[in-house]
Every structure is written in structure tokens, then in C-alpha cells.
Design a protein around this ligand. Structure first.
Ligand code: PLP
Length: 392
């Protein structure tokens, strides 16, 4: 089934007595009971399918998990209270029965670097960073660190590099490591990491999947080999998503492929316009044929869908000029998130990469003149017009 169809139909339609609701209701109950204690015992014992306690399972969240699993082509999913909770749980599951050593892409979401350095490393896992787009360097790092887990993003933040997930998965498999891919930026419309050999695909559903700036949530999708460990961690640590958020996320996902297509098309137009602007020094965009990973993008992503994130440098600008530009925007929202229906700008030096020194940021290629733009579903000419006024 096509992803547009799955987004609308998967996960829902459970019989409740005599009727079938067209969408999954919000089940607020924390516990569930049956005709007999005998039956409840069977549900507790996993002999009979059913619900007993909301930390274990909830019908609203279960429907969402089924839906995300279908979109990503996985065998099992866990919906979490945030993208960070999902990443934490995925890495814990990846390291179950594996060496407590992690090789991570050197370009990652800021909080993910924090999770690795300030949570996993103090708990005894070694962490090493490598350029995920340089397979030779990655192989060398893996040979040395012998990781149990490799962590990467399908499109990196904020410079939008694209690693070859299938090649990285092969390196992971050779080393006996599990590959965890944060697929938040690319979404399953562009790439489904599990189909390329990754062991975990992780989302901040806060972004494109929910898409309306009104839900904080995350999800882990995995293969059958890790399904039991993921379920165990979900039940034991309890990072689970609540029924209201599950409902909103499911509602959002119904239009996610439609929104994402529009956002990708808008991004192509906006990126082309920015590239021709005299005040713009450089544009980072996955649809640019001169992108350093253009070959991987052509091979892994569908035609004409490149993602809807753009980063760009304003000529000769520092913090002050960038702030003046941001303040001059009338429609595009100055806020730290992405993937919403509305366009948003963010200054990485202020937010996602704030904790790094200017020197460290410069080494990563994040200059003080770099702006990140999440392109929304508005009419593209209105996005361009807002940028044009603010850049004047
Ligand atoms: C936002 C984001 C996260 C964290 O997700 P939360 O829902 O904010 O916890 C992780 N990875 C990427 C790529 C993100 O954009």
C-alpha cells in the first residue's frame, strides 16, 4: 500500500462491541478489567492479547504505534513522550547484549550529543564521533571502537548532510553493531531506514509527523529481533506517550505525506530563490545538485522529494545582523522547532548549538551567519515575499 493510503487507514478501525469507530478514540483509562480474574491473568501473562495497565499498553497509543510501524516498514514500535525519550530507549535497546561502545555521527542534534556525552558515557558506555559521510573514516572508527551501536541522522542538523544508510548498516552488521537512525528530518516519505538495513528508526514526532506545533512526542520503530527488548524497556522505564498526544499525533499523520510533499516543493522554490539573492553567501539544501552528498540523495530519496529544511548564510553577517533579519520577518515564526505547517527560522548558534564555543561551531561549519529555515505549507510566494522584505 502507498504511504499516503497507510497514513489515512493504518492503525485505526478496531471493533468496539458492535460498531467500528472511523478513528481511534482517546482511551484515558489507566487500567482495564475483564469478565473474570482468570482472563486478566491470561492478559498479564501474554497468553491472551489485551490491555491491563496503561504503562504497558494503551489502545490509543497502540493504534499510533501500529500506524508508525506501517509507515516505516518495521515489525514493532514504541511511542514515547518525546523524541529524546525515543532516542534514549532505542540506544538502550541497541546496547542490550552488545558492547557498551557507541560510534556516533559527528553532526547530530544538540540534545542527542548531550544524551551520549552526559547520560550514556557517565553510565559506562564509551562514545566516539566519526564523519558518517566518509565511509573510510567510519570503518576505521568502527574497527578501533568496536561499537555495539552506531547512531546517525538520515539528514543531519543543521548542515543537512546525508549519509548512505545502507552502507552504514552493512558496516554495523559486519561489526555486530546495531544501527540507530534518527529519521526526523527525512521522514518515512523520503527514506525508511529499516528497509535499508538499519535496526532502529527513531522520530521526534513533534516535528513532521504530528506537524502542527501542538504535540511533543517520539517513536522508535524496530525489527523483530529487537521487538521484545523495546517492549520490555517501554514497560520498565515507562517513557510512553499519553493517549491525548497519541490521538493528536494520529490525526496529524493522516495528512503528513500531503503536507510533506507540499513542504518539499516549497523548499525547492525557496532554496532556488535564496541562492540567487545578493545578500545570501551560501545555501545548504538537499535538493541542490551540487550538494556534497548529491549521489546518495539521488540514490536513496524519491525523485523531487529532498526534505523541507534549508540552512543559509547571510553575507558578512554576525549575530546582530542575523537577529535584525529574524526580527524583520512578519510571517515566518522565530521559534525552535521544525516540520510544522508554518515556516520557522532558528539561529543554531543561539539554540541547537548554543553550548558549543564559537570555535567548535566554526570547526563544525556552523558560522555565526548561519540561519536554519523549516519551510511550511504556506503559498511559496508568501514565504519568499517575507524573506525578501527581511533581507532587504
Ligand atoms: C527535535 C529533535 C529531536 C528531539 O525531539 P523532542 O521531541 O524535542 O524530544 C531529536 N532529533 C532531531 C533530529 C530533532 O529535530
Amino acid at each position: 500500500m502507498n504511504i499516503h493510503t497507510k497514513a489515512v487507514h493504518s492503525g485505526d478501525r478496531k471493533r468496539t462491541g458492535a460498531y467500528v469507530p472511523v478513528t481511534t478514540p482517546i482511551h484515558t483509562a489507566t487500567s482495564f478489567f475483564y469478565e473474570t480474574a482468570e482472563q486478566l491473568d491470561r492478559v498479564f501473562g501474554d497468553v491472551e492479547k489485551g490491555y491491563c495497565y496503561a504503562r504497558y499498553d494503551n489502545p490509543s497509543t497502540g493504534a499510533l504505534e501500529e500506524l508508525i510501524c506501517a509507515l516505516e516498514g518495521g515489525d514493532a514500535a514504541l511511542a514515547c513522550a518525546s523524541g529524546m525519550a525515543a532516542l534514549h530507549t532505542a540506544i538502550l535497546s541497541a546496547l542490550t547484549d552488545r558492547r557498551r561502545s557507541i560510534v556516533a555521527a559527528d553532526a547530530l542534534y544538540g540534545a542527542t550529543v548531550g544524551l551520549l556525552m552526559n547520560v550514556f558515557e557517565p553510565s559506562g558506555a564509551s562514545v566516539r564521533f566519526a564523519d558518517i559521510c566518509d565511509l573510510g573514516a567510519l570503518r576505521a572508527a568502527v574497527a578501533e571502537a568496536r561499537p555495539g551501536c552506531i547512531v546517525m541522522e538520515s539528514i543531519s542538523n543543521p548542515l543537512l548532510r546525508v549519509g548512505e544508510i545502507d552502507a552504514v548498516a552493512a558496516i554495523a552488521n559486519d561489526a555486530g553493531a546495531a544501527l540507530v537512525v534518527d529519521n526526523t528530518f527525512a521522514t518515512p516519505l523520503l527514506v525508511r531506514p529499516l528497509e535499508l538495513g538499519a535496526h532502529f528508526s527513531v522520530h521526534s514526532v513533534t516535528k513532521y509527523l504530528a506537524g502542527h506545533g501542538d504535540v511533543l512526542g517520539g517513536a522508535v520503530v524496530t525489527n523483530s529481533a529487537h521487538a521484545e527488548s523495546l517492549r520490555f524497556l517501554g514497560r520498565t522505564i515507562g517513557p510512553v506517550l499519553g493517549p491525548f498526544e497519541s490521538y493528536l499525533t494520529m490525526r496529524g499523520i493522516k495528512t503528513f505525506p500531503l503536507r510533506m510533499e507540499r513542504q518539499c516543493a516549497n523548499a525547492c522554490r525557496v532554496a532556488a530563490w535564496l541562492a540567487g539573492h545578493p545578500r545570501v553567501a551560501r545555501v545548504y539544501f538537499t535538493g541542490d545538485p551540487r550538494h556534497p552528498d548529491a549521489a546518495a540523495i539521488r540514490r536513496l530519496f524519491p525523485p523531487n522529494l529532498y526534505g523541507a529544511m534549508i540552512s543559509f548564510e547571510i553575507k558578512g553577517a554576525g549575530r546582530e545582523e542575523v537577529f535584525r533579519f529574524m526580527d524583520a520577518l512578519e510571517m515566518i515564526v522565530r521559534a525552535t522547532s521544525l516540520g510544522d505547517v508554518h515556516s520557522m527560522v532558528l539561529y543554531p548558534a543561539m539554540s541547537s548549538h548554543r553550548s558549543l564555543s564559537p570555535k567548535h561551531r566554526a570547526r563544525m561549519g556552523i558560522g555565526d551567519n548561519l540561519v536554519r529555515l523549516s519551510v511550511g505549507i504556506e503559498a511559496p510566494e508568501d514565504i519568499v515575499a517575507d524573506l525578501e522584505k527581511a533581507l532587504a
